[in-house]
Ligand binder design. Sequence first.
Ligand code: 5GP
Length: 204
Amino acid sequence: MSHSSAQAAGGGEAAGNTKAPLIVVSGPSGVGKSTVVAEVLRKDPRIWLSVSATTRSPRPGEREAVDYFFCDDQRFDALVASNGLLEWARFAGNRYGTPRVAVEEHRDIGRPVLLEIEVQGARQVRQAVGDATLVFLAPPSEEVLKARLTGRGTEDPVAIERRMHAAREELRAASEFDHVLVNTDVSQCAQALLDSVGLSGSAD
Ligand code: 5GP
């Protein structure tokens, strides 16, 4: 696996011994994590979004090293064995993990790093990185979450119920996080996320 080398963004500072923030964004499937994260990055382009390794197959339009590092099982095993992942977890039959070195490199040169990962991975980051800030995105209500999952159009009622069950489990983890934000409005939620980690955003 390779990754582009870290570059300081305009305004980013390599501030002595102080590393830039590590922000972990988590929350149940269907809560709109990727949409909120995209808005956060638009508002504050200094933030670097970590690219995860996964054993999942690429979806149409997904690009290697941009959306994920797509790995076979053997490659993923090697990453785990070499301690190359900051955290990793199984989700829906596949493995996902955060490459460790790129996170550290970006933090070291003053770029805030954001991980968009599921709850088990967030727990591992909590253990491994004392100064990480964990943000949990919650839906406005169960009904809204169900409507969003239904709105994707592909799942049958049984699959939606299964996802809702998983979501209820994940929602129980909210209290373990530093901040819980309700995703009612994407722009407001993105701004609240930046505020909660002490970054004000610069694009608006
Ligand atoms: P998807 O297959 O839809 O891209 O991602 C499935 C889930 O895996 C999402 O909840 C996503 O946030 C999570 N995920 C993506 N990358 C990582 C990672 O590196 N580690 C962990 N623990 N979860 C991840």
